[in-house]
Ligand binder design. Structure first.
Ligand SMILES: Cc1cc2nc3c(=O)[nH]c(=O)nc-3n(C[C@H](O)[C@H](O)[C@H](O)COP(=O)(O)OP(=O)(O)OC[C@H]3O[C@@H](n4cnc5c(N)ncnc54)[C@H](O)[C@@H]3O)c2cc1C
Length: 464
């Protein structure tokens, strides 16, 4: 039994760096992670070909997990309908819990036909091509004409995958559909450069001319010159020539209905033509003009952000998990969970990373958020009474008594070794094991080998 350990739910960048902060403060950190592998969206969201970035992050994550007072329980999903509830965690007597479980819910618009085949949420689609179980083996088939709703980096990642890298790809056109105009583009210059060769300059010019006047009415300059200068520099080059497949944009358009074909798959997307209206704070809102157009598409992907998983068991507010109100300093991040039914902070409960603010920021921001959230928890624990947190061994036994197969740090090392072996023997794909059973079998095989070789066994010390 320990005096006071801190639990961290989720081992993405926020959770891992929260655990590091806790461990460096001399407190045991216990990571509970839904996936077998740590890393969250850094492992299963960041574009598969960003190898250097991903392997750099993996190294940093491994270093954190090597800390002796960081304990890992992978393949454990926390939440009311899942493997363990928050009450189950409380029964293991943590002094505090930092929730860093990201934003696992998907935003839907509630449109007619949203559940037909070929309609996906961006994160699920991204999890699929990054081969996260169980998404890796689910049907995320795409066709010839794909509409992607949203103008952020995730939408561009998906376009890049469909246009350039999807195995056996057959996409002829990706259409980025946005409810407002080009002034609201959110993607970075670096990201669009992967796909801007697929734009057709004449077509984009025509689209900008189509919406130019409507944008001008709210003071936005949607002239091709300005938009090319701000977002599509390559198109300014007179020698630019477009390469297939095609990337196109459709501005001032909101999806209103999904129309299935005879095969049950989406056949068309109905969109509303929007006007822009100025809000009192100077921002713009899209207003439906009642005019409708149908875009024939066979795949539709919503890249409009994610929301928090309400099944986790934390109180929900307007923006996701409810945090302490802070009207005097609205810009200041708040990490303490708030129960609106009793108007009080839930003692010892904190949120960080995308679990605090869904779909906000890159890995560095999530890391920082995890560290600051952990500092709040450390501060709280310093003045807390002795909770008698269970030891890692006791926690593992409790979880196993629930029939769960837990992945600990030794298992991660065994899995890494099995992946290395697969690569050495010629595996060239993204991941040698893309479902949980295959990963468990690989871990078991490596364990057997380790046990039959004492010298290797000495090198891999079993530890949670
Ligand atoms: C498509 C895409 C591309 C991106 N590309 C980049 C990029 O190129 N560069 C960059 O810097 N950033 C990129 N980002 C952003 C970056 O991935 C995030 O900033 C970061 O991963 C958020 O970290 P997090 O720990 O808060 O959440 P996540 O990374 O989502 O981690 C959440 C963790 O919680 C676990 N979990 C979830 N639910 C539960 C539960 N109920 N119980 C237990 N565990 C749970 C998950 O298994 C996961 O390990 C990208 C994001 C997306 C979606």
């Amino acid at each position: 039994m320990l005096m006071n350990g801190i639990f961290v739910v989720g081992a993405g960048p926020a959770g891992i760096f929260a655990a590091r902060q806790i461990a460096l403060a001399g407190i045991d950190a216990f990571l509970f992670n839904r996936d077998i592998k740590p890393g969250g969206l850094a492992e299963y969201g960041i574009y598969p070909l960003k190898d250097k970035m991903k392997s750099g992050l993996r190294k940093q994550f491994s270093k954190v997990l090597e800390l002796p007072n960081v304990h890992y329980f992978g393949h454990v999903q926390v939440g009311a309908p899942y493997d363990v509830t928050i009450a189950d965690l409380d029964a293991m007597r943590p002094a505090a819990i930092v929730f860093s479980n990201g934003a696992q819910g998907t935003k839907k618009l509630g449109l007619p036909g949203e559940d037909v085949k070929g309609v996906y949420a961006a994160k699920d689609f991204v999890y699929h091509y990054n081969q996260l179980p169980p998404y890796a083996t689910m049907d995320f088939s795409s066709g010839k004409r794909v509409a992607v709703i949203g103008m952020g980096n995730v939408a561009i990642d998906i376009a890049r995958w469909l246009l350039l890298d999807a195995p056996g790809r057959e996409t002829g056109e990706v259409i980025i559909v946005a409810r407002r105009g080009p002034s609201e583009i959110k993607f970075d210059k670096k990201e669009i450069e992967y796909v801007d060769r697929h734009l057709d300059r004449d077509q984009l010019t025509q689209e900008l001319e189509r919406v130019r006047e409507r944008c001008a009415r709210v003071g936005q300059d949607a002239s091709p010159e300005t938009v090319f200068e701000n977002h599509f520099r390559r198109l300014k080059d007179p020698a630019f020539t477009s390469v297939p497949p095609r990337l196109s944009f459709r501005f001032l358009s909101s999806p209103t209905a999904i129309l299935p074909g005879d095969n049950g798959r989406i056949a068309a997307l109905e969109i509303a033509e929007n006007e822009l209206v100025l809000r009192p704070d100077g921002s713009t809102a899209a207003k439906d003009t009642e005019a409708r157009t149908k875009l024939p598409v066979d795949t539709l992907i919503f890249a409009i952000g994610d929301k928090h998983d309400a099944q986790l068991g934390l109180p929900m507010g307007k923006e996701g998990y409810s945090t302490r109100p802070n009207p005097d300093r609205p810009a200041e991040p708040v990490f303490e969970v708030w129960d609106p039914t009793i108007n009080a902070v839930l003692p010892g409960r904190f949120v960080s990373g995308w679990a605090r603010q869904a779909s906000t920021g890159l890995v560095g921001i999530a890391r920082h958020d995890g560290e600051v959230g952990a500092n709040k928890a450390i501060e709280y624990v310093k003045s807390a009474a002795d909770h008698g947190t269970l030891s890692a061994q006791e926690i593992q036994s409790r979880l196993e008594a629930k029939g769960l197969r837990i992945v600990n740090k030794l298992d991660l090392a065994l899995l890494a070794r099995a992946e290395e072996r697969a690569r050495e023997s010629g595996w060239l794909g993204l991941r040698p094991f893309s479902d949980n059973d295959a990963m468990f079998q690989a871990i078991d095989r490596e364990r057997e080998q380790m046990q039959s070789s004492t010298s290797e066994g000495d090198r891999l010390v079993p530890t949670t």
